[in-house]
Ligand binder design. Structure first.
Ligand code: THU
Length: 157
């Protein structure tokens, strides 16, 4: 028997420490929260994905009265990107969320497991790391790749 630990590297920034490109992506993710349709949870999530063709696509969570029929911000953005720019590769994604008080979460909001798995598919298609930026009003986390957010991922059958 062998024990091993899986450690993921996270850089924590204050917002003004981010470079202009990342700050811009975070701004677009924050703005996308205003297009969230979340009458049930009142939790507004926005995502912005930078593609290697220069485009940036955004998404927001879209809920449904039949709860499981809704989708998260990250998947609405990544499926939009796949549907509109099938030949482009993801470069990075920024995610932001506003809680029931309407304020951006102080602690970064991280993607759910299903979104991590979906994003991983596009990272594998890209053939390189896709950076993940998780915005919080008190700290913003930068993780070098999606696979680091999903250790021991299911990647083939
Ligand atoms: N949500 C996202 O948009 N992204 C996540 O990664 C986690 C949760 C949404 C789904 C639902 O509309 C609301 O947040 C509350 O769970």
């Amino acid at each position: 028997m062998k024990d091993f630990n899986i450690i993921i590297p996270v850089k924590s920034f204050s917002c003004d420490e981010l470079d202009e490109q990342r700050r811009h992506l975070v701004d677009l993710a924050c703005e996308a929260t205003s297009r969230s349709y979340s009458p049930y949870s009142h939790f507004r999530v926005g995502a912005a994905i930078e593609l290697d063709n220069g485009e940036i696509v955004t998404g927001a969570n879209q809920e449904n009265v039949a709860y499981p029929s809704g989708t998260c911000a990250e998947r609405s953005a990544c499926f939009y990107a796949g549907a509109h720019y099938p030949d482009a590769h993801f470069v990075r994604i920024a995610i932001a969320a506003r809680g029931t008080d309407g304020e951006f979460t102080a602690i970064p909001t991280a993607p759910c497991g299903a979104c991590r798995q979906s994003l991983l598919e596009y990272e594998m298609l890209a053939g390189h790391d896709v950076e993940v930026i998780l915005y919080g009003s008190e700290a913003t986390y930068v993780i070098p790749s999606v696979r680091m957010l999903l250790p021991l991922a299911f990647t083939e059958f």
